[in-house]
Design a protein. Sequence first.
Length: 255
Amino acid sequence: MSACVIRVLLVLLASASVHSRPSSSRSAAGPLGRSARGFQRSLVSRGRDVDLRELVEATRELCAVLLKFGAYMGPSVSDVRRNLERIEEARRKWLRASPRRRQLSMKALLAAEVAAEIHGRGGVLADPSGAMGLLWVRRGLAMWADTFEQQARAMQQAAVTGEGEGSLAAHTRVAYERTVQAHHGWVSRRAFGVACRATPDWETVVRRAGLRTDKGGDEALRLELKCWAAAVRDLTEAMRSLHTDRDLEDRRKSV
């Protein structure tokens, strides 16, 4: 278990002892703490490979959390789920082609697609394909890692200064500009703009999605945001290396 997750659990345990409510630290963790553990399990082989089954499950669970943020998340979550289906279909295809395999990692899946020569040179990916699904899932996760990292910093600053915790919409826009915007065409950028304008304030999202536990409060939530971002950054960097090392970093824009 990472030091970051341990810090979250210590905060939860300390708060529980103050209020004399005994409970397991695992059950006390909020949705983002549980999500972080799922993404940590996805990273295998000492951070050099990704367990596809764990990745798909963790991302599906994240989608369920994000849908609680509000109806504005619906189109984005639908896109993510379509990309997860691309990954799952490719995984099933290559497992059928290799009956002796019981599992298929991201490295093995990409190697199989490269060997089959389904992708073009210079990172021109076949669509649909496992590589394409993984590419867009990675970019989406990187955006949310950036967003949650910004929100954690804003919460820390608010605890010191007593000022507001910042705008979730503003944090999301900055994260989008740093991670995804360069890969979106005009239609996709416009769709993001519509969703961003519909983004509610942070406290509304926290309440809707149940992100704050009654045992940990704001400090535990801040640590969960920070730990989630750290876990997902490690994962997306590993995924980026697996793509780029095989010339599978498609830089074409979407529509």
